[in-house]
Design a protein around this ligand. Sequence first.
Ligand SMILES: O=C(O)CCC(=O)C(=O)O
Length: 237
Amino acid sequence: MYTAEEKTFFLEHGYLHAKGVVEGEHLELLRREFDRIWALENPRVNQHKLLKYPVYIDLIEHPPIVDRHRAIFGAQTQLLQYDFLRQGPKSESAERGWHRDFVFPGDRPISINTILYLDDMTEEVGPTRVVPGSHRGEALPVARDQPHRDEIAVCAAAGDAAFINGAIWHTGGRNKGEGLRRGVYLYFGYWWLKRYESEQVIPWQATENASAARLELLGIKMPDRDIHMYRPDAGFV
Ligand SMILES: O=C(O)CCC(=O)C(=O)O
């Protein structure tokens, strides 16, 4: 998190709406590449595909994104999963689908998803909804398709991002509009977690001539020597 206020808010409520994470020409480039890659790689655009494309390889090290994860996971920050989601106009998706991405005992964030919005998230487009504070405890949402009395909608502009604790109750919305609902999902966690993949490997394009920092983020190079005596939020002592 960039400031102490952001970090306090995130730890307390389980999410953070960060504005202007990508802007201007960078946002336009991400949108153009999104559409091109979607057409090429459809239907499932995950990290084994996204990490072939330079603009999306670079995005995992974009400071407004990765620095906020490093503020929580320190030197042990790893990209666990990386996806595109897209809804076309007048989508048939559900209005609500409450879930938690990952639950583990304790309140400390173990994994955090970054939802980077490439379109404005109006009521019509179907914003992400979260139940603030629901990252605590281990209860799973029950009325999964119903509005929750404590839900809030993250009405983000294109280029904003929501950082959500993987444990928070959250749901996407249904695109009822005429435009697209495009999001990029950069899911980070501790380096010592297993990445969410089976037999597939990280594409060579992401590792060729990669810096040590990038290889660490990809879970390939170990941060420092081993895990003895590291401080979970800062790195090694
Ligand atoms: O697209 C969204 O607003 C939320 C997607 C979601 O629920 C998830 O990534 O787990």
